[in-house]
Ligand binder design. Structure first.
Ligand SMILES: [Zn+2]
Length: 184
């Protein structure tokens, strides 16, 4: 989702101006005319997992979203990183919050730049330790799918679809890589 522009100074509450700062910066920023604070806005990280089950990882865990956007669509467990946590910690936390799934964290799998909305999405592979899920309030249902069962037309986000496609392609080749690419 596109973020709404800053309207008021975070330091003093004055309405900001959107202009070039005075320090030679070449981008338009939200600048406070009262206390001169420059508000820098930078990309956010979204972190998640590809939790798999079965001898050959033939099942992937998906969550049906109980929140907007894309209510009712299926996603991998993922969400915005919190301050003070690492990417792996964030991915583990989101997997616990959204699916209530016990996992053993694996290798980094996809890194996708979604420059249009100022986000970087990172997914780790993860091995499920049980088939018991205890999804939180953000999830209607958490369940396992084989490649053929996946509701491909009901996937919430392009980053999730691309990550799933890479997962099953790598699985067929018997070798998992690291895939870094841009989402146009
Ligand atoms: Zn201010």
């Amino acid at each position: 989702m596109q973020r709404t522009p800053i309207k008021h100074c975070r330091q003093c509450g004055t309405a900001v101006e959107h202009r070039l700062p005075d320090d030679g910066d070449t981008r338009i920023r939200a600048v406070c005319p009262a206390c001169h604070t420059v508000h820098y806005e930078n990309p956010l990280n979204v972190v998640g997992t590809v939790p798999v089950w079965g001898d050959s990882g033939q099942y992937v865990l998906l969550c049906k979203r109980n929140i907007e956007p894309r209510w009712g669509k299926w996603t991998l467990p993922a969400g915005f990183m919190e301050l003070g946590e690492t990417t792996i910690e964030g991915a583990a936390r989101e997997t616990d919050e959204e699916a209530g799934a016990e996992i053993e964290m694996g290798e980094i799998f996809t890194l996708m730049n979604v420059a249009r909305v100022g986000q970087v999405h990172i997914y780790y592979r993860a091995r499920l330790l049980s088939e018991q899920f205890n999804p939180g309030h953000e999830t209607i249902e958490a369940r396992l799918f084989t490649e053929d069962q996946i509701p491909w037309d009901e996937i919430a986000f392009r980053t999730v679809k691309e990550t799933l496609e890479h997962y099953f392609a790598d699985r067929r080749q018997g070798r998992f890589g690291f895939h870094a690419f841009d989402i146009a």
